[in-house]
Design a protein around this ligand. Structure first.
Ligand SMILES: [Zn+2]
Ligand SMILES: [Zn+2]
Length: 382
């Protein structure tokens, strides 16, 4: 598998972007301020307040408690979810309801009349679907930590220096070469950095996400570099589970109605009818989505790039090819689904290294420029 070539080609006069620590230039490289190499875990500081001898000791705060995005955290920051989880709850409800009804009302009859393999296959598919869904939903999708005040200030200085004319504001874009293709990097005004290639800012979660695919309310999370494979496995296995349950329920109803009226059989088994309706109306969208993502995986594209037509030949009349594609369907599939999973860059469980107890946001916790940086939110999480 070849590595993507990634060189910054402009602005000419500008020095390389300030970054804590040297960085490998590759498709994973971050052009602007961002996470440096993993920091050794620092001892948490216990803040104290109060007057005289009766000082109040407060517990050290973890970084997830002051996280600037709109995510929600559970289990002490181990699990994370997007802000609005209502649709995610509906997904869980639909899958659980359909499967439980199937196991209670259809499986005993089918196991008796046909084979025991039916409930076994359904159980395996169900556990696979649920594990993929939960991994997609509760995993960091590849959020990039926002720049600290010092990093943002250093970058602003660089941008100001690149302005050739005092009347025109300096450009907020940069260009890099990736496999012979010029790729524009946009500046994120919220995260205060140039977004690395394929990164986009999710307006729902308010984070920049690496290899951003889309924000999926059904799984309650962004789909990005770190959870795309789970998302793909989820929709693919859900297609199989839905088709399997649908076929089994139809078989159940057909066998039951032999020698009697089909309509009266439907009246006798309202649970099976409900399963049939849920499966019938959901299978088309799930199958369509699986097919679309199979095409994206085979072409090493993201939904975001496909919708924007980033590498479409029609765009502006200029011929451009996807620089991330390995020109082979198998290699693309391996790269997207089996490539190494990068570590989470938001050190959610790390401690905020500050003596000041502040409610939020994290900005006010950062030290003045020149002071020793505290690695808050930028520490690489091994
Ligand atoms: Zn951003
Ligand atoms: Zn999102």
């Amino acid at each position: 598998m070849k590595d993507c070539e990634y060189q910054q080609i402009s602005p000419g006069a500008a020095p390389p972007p300030a970054s804590p620590g040297a960085r490998r230039l590759g498709p994973d490289a971050h052009p602007g301020p961002g996470p440096g190499p993993p920091q050794p875990a620092a001892e948490p500081r216990w803040s104290s307040s109060g007057s005289g001898s009766g000082s109040i000791r407060r517990r050290p705060r973890r970084k997830w408690e002051v996280f600037p995005g709109r995510n929600r955290f559970y289990c002490g920051g181990r699990l994370m979810l997007a802000g609005h989880g209502g649709v995610f709850a509906l997904t869980l409800l639909l899958i659980l309801t359909t499967t439980v009804l199937f196991f209670v009302f259809d499986c005993p009859f089918l196991a008796r009349q046909l084979t025991l393999a039916i409930p076994i296959i359904a159980a395996i598919l169900f556990f696979f679907v649920m594990s993929c869904l939960l991994q997609t939903s509760f995993t960091d999708p590849g959020i990039l930590p926002r720049a600290t005040v010092c990093e943002a200030a250093a970058l602003e200085k660089q941008i100001d220096n690149t302005g050739s004319s005092t009347y025109r504001p300096p450009p907020r874009t940069r260009e890099v070469m990736i496999n012979g293709q010029v790729v524009k990097l946009k500046y994120c005004f919220t995260c205060k950095m140039f977004r690395p290639p394929r990164t986009s800012h999710c307006s729902v979660c308010d984070n920049c996400v690496e290899r951003f695919d889309h924000h999926c309310p059904w799984v309650g999370n962004c789909v990005g570099r770190r959870n795309y494979r789970f998302f793909y496995a989820f929709i693919l296995s859900l297609s199989f589970l839905t088709a399997f349950i649908f076929a089994c329920v139809v078989t159940h109803l057909t066998l039951r109605s032999q020698g009697s009226n089909f309509l009266s059989t439907l009246k006798e088994t309202p649970a099976s009818v409900l399963e049939l309706v849920i499966c019938f109306f959901s299978i088309w969208s799930i199958l369509g989505l699986s097919g679309f993502h199979t095409y994206l995986v085979a072409s090493n594209l993201t939904t975001n790039e496909d919708i924007k037509g980033s590498w479409s030949n029609k765009r502006g009349g200029e011929a451009s090819v996807n620089p991330y594609s390995h020109k082979s369907v198998i290699t693309n599939c391996c790269a997207v689904l089996c490539g190494p999973l990068p570590p989470s860059l938001i050190d959610r469980r790390g401690f905020v290294q500050s003596d000041t107890v502040l409610p939020s946001p994290i900005r006010s916790n950062e030290p003045a420029c020149g002071a020793k940086p505290d690695a808050s939110m930028v520490g690489g999480h091994p």
